[in-house]
Write a protein that binds this ligand. Structure first.
Ligand code: 5AD
Ligand code: SF4
Length: 582
């Protein structure tokens, strides 16, 4: 590996370390010179595997690359720089990554300037980085989750030294603010509120790949959300491995319920959050969710298993009864609240009876959606050291049986929706037919319905007319033009120019000296009319002069001048709205 410079490699012991306090770094993006020159006229593509945290990382890496001068490529084949952003949660996610890297071999051999990077959770595992560099010699950069803010410097070093680099640090992690970002969607946005995880469920690699649990400052989260509201985003999802432990590290009484409430008050039309750990789901949270109509009544609450002994071995900190009691409390406080979950089957030594507990729990809860997984041993986690006596055949058989039970629950919810009307955030236009839209209901149900493409990004009422297992067919219940008008009015009221106009108008209406000039002008006008009707030329002229000097006074009055300026500022905005309506 002479061509490869190993700057740092991951270490499971350091990855477990929770002693170092995270530092808060306010990042100023500086583009180094070689990278700047290299980026000119070049395009990038990022291929992301795994969860929403990885998707958000992709947006941040895109932000760095775009600041440097790269443009988003129209396709992965067209890109000059490709980053493969990996997941380590299960083995099959890793296998997909190897397949993906292989796809770029020909391109890399043909074009010496083509740059291939592999990053993310899988790189945080011991052995992965070196394996990639030796098996795929055309990979130029390997970096870990904690090295992401250093992306441009790594690229610079690669260009300067003409060497391939591995830089994967293992440590509890920092909080980096002012991160650049190029969002992938213009109506739905993810906002990180916590990073890392301290739960150490025995099967899970995440606490090792993403470091200790650390919360972003409330002010930074609110600033980001406020900006999204201003930009007209319709949905924010607050992200964290365990959103409901938000703020515990501040030790000042801050909780997830407080940040959730503060974000809800900003007025984003839809607010979601994920993932919630049943262990620290508080009643305070339930109250906030119930209180705010813009907090979606849909909670992702991974159960993992329905058997208490399995849950103990998984390190989940709750029993079957605790979980079911939480479900009861949720449904009591928030009637109709949708619940979704994650379930693992075939954890080491799971017996048939223990598996049946998972089935009965699913039958009882009737989830709106469930992500089901066959247990996958992750090297370095406690569960990977347990001797397992469940055969592969049994694991697959249990998986299939679980899927059937989950599906029955999902279908029962779908059936109940037929004939009813739901608000749907239209976030997709069919590639085959621009007259067909898709979007999600509050409960997270996917609905396909006919409608004009300009409704993308709008929340519209849709009547469900047909149910399929995992998506529904609907009919739009509103005239699309009304949606546009409503949106234009809202857009107008949010703009700074219209806020300034409203303030100027208020000052104008309340100012007594302006009112007095207006009254005097009216008086002078009346006198002009009277004199004119009596053919009193002299009186008319006097009243007219008086009127003219009052009009001059009026025009120059600061409150009136301010209103006129605000009015002219509003003009381009009104034109813009008129264009939207056209
Ligand atoms: N094997 C199978 N599934 C896993 N998950 C996490 N680790 C593993 C593993 N080793 C699942 C859990 C988690 C979801 C994101 O992935 O259900 O909630
Ligand atoms: Fe993994 Fe458990 Fe943390 Fe979720 S809570 S990320 S399953 S360790």
């Amino acid at each position: 590996m002479g061509r490869v410079v190993v700057k740092s490699l991951p270490d499971m012991k350091q990855a477990r370390n929770r002693t170092l306090r995270p530092s808060l770094i306010r990042e100023e993006v500086v583009v180094p010179p070689l990278t700047k020159a290299f980026a000119e006229g070049k395009t990038y593509h990022i291929k992301t595997f795994g969860c929403q945290a990885n998707v958000r990382d992709e947006e941040i890496m895109s932000g760095y690359l775009e600041v440097a001068g790269f443009k988003r490529a129209s396709s992965e084949e067209a890109a000059d720089l490709v980053i493969i952003n990996t997941c380590a949660v299960r083995e099959n996610a890793e296998e997909k990554v190897y397949g993906e890297i292989g796809k770029f071999k020909a391109h890399s051999l043909k074009d010496p300037e083509f740059t291939l990077a592999v990053c993310g959770c899988m790189m945080q595992e011991e052995g992965a980085a070196k394996k990639i560099m030796s098996s795929y010699p055309y990979v130029n950069l390997v970096f870990g989750t904690h090295n992401m803010p250093n992306l441009l410097n790594l690229l610079e070093e690669h260009l300067a030294r003409k060497k391939d680099l591995i830089d994967v640090i293992s440590f509890p992690g920092d909080i980096v603010e002012n991160l650049p970002s190029s969002r992938l969607d213009d109506c739905k946005a993810y906002v990180n509120i916590t990073y890392g995880c301290d739960k150490f469920c025995t099967y899970c690699i995440v606490p090792y790949t993403r470091g200790r649990e650390r919360s972003r400052a409330k002010e930074d989260i609110l600033k980001e959300c406020e900006e999204l509201v201003k930009q007209g985003y319709k949905e924010i999802t607050l992200l964290g491995q365990n959103v409901n432990s938000y703020g515990k590290d501040f030790k000042d009484g801050t909780s997830f319920a407080t940040i959730l409430e503060d974000v809800a008050k900003l007025g984003i039309p839809r607010l979601r959050f994920m993932t919630s750990h049943p262990w620290d789901f508080s009643d305070e949270m339930l109250e906030v969710i119930a209180k705010y109509p813009n907090i979606m009544k849909c909670i992702h609450l991974p159960v993992q298993s329905g058997n208490t002994e399995m849950l103990r071995l998984m390190g989940r900190r709750y029993s079957r009864e605790d979980y079911l009691d939480l479900v009861r409390r949720i449904r009591e406080k928030i009637p109709g609240c949708a619940l979704t979950t994650d379930i693992i089957v075939g954890f080491p030594n799971e017996t048939e009876e223990q598996f049946l507990d998972t089935l009965t729990l699913c039958e009882q809860v009737k989830y709106d959606a469930a992500f089901t997984f066959i247990y996958s041993p992750r090297k370095g986690t406690p569960a990977a050291a347990i001797n397992d006596n469940v055969s592969d055949k049994d694991k697959h058989d249990r998986f299939d049986r679980l899927l059937k039970v989950v599906e029955a629950g999902v279908m029962s919810h779908s059936k109940e929706m037929v004939g009813k009307t739901y608000d749907v955030l239209a976030d997709g236009v069919s590639k085959k037919d621009a007259g067909r839209l898709s979007g999600y209901t509050e409960s997270g149900k996917l609905v396909n319905f006919p409608g004009p493409s300009y409704l993308k990004g709008h929340i519209v009422p849709v009547k469900i007319v047909e149910d399929h297992a995992f998506s529904m067919i609907g009919e739009l219940q509103v005239d699309p033009i009304i949606v546009l008008l409503d949106d234009a009015a809202q857009k107008l009221s949010r703009e700074e120019a219209s806020i300034r106009f409203k303030e100027a108008m208020k000052a104008y209406r309340e100012d007594e000296s302006v009112a007095k000039i207006r009254d005097d002008m009216e008086d002078a006008q009346k006198r002009m009319m009277e004199c004119a009707s009596k053919s009193d030329d002299e009186g008319y002229q006097k009243a007219k002069n008086e009127y003219m000097s009052l009009a001059d006074l009026y025009k120059k009055h600061p409150v009136v001048a301010n209103l006129a300026a605000a009015e002219s500022e509003l003009e381009p905005l009104l034109k813009e709205v008129a264009e939207i309506l056209e």
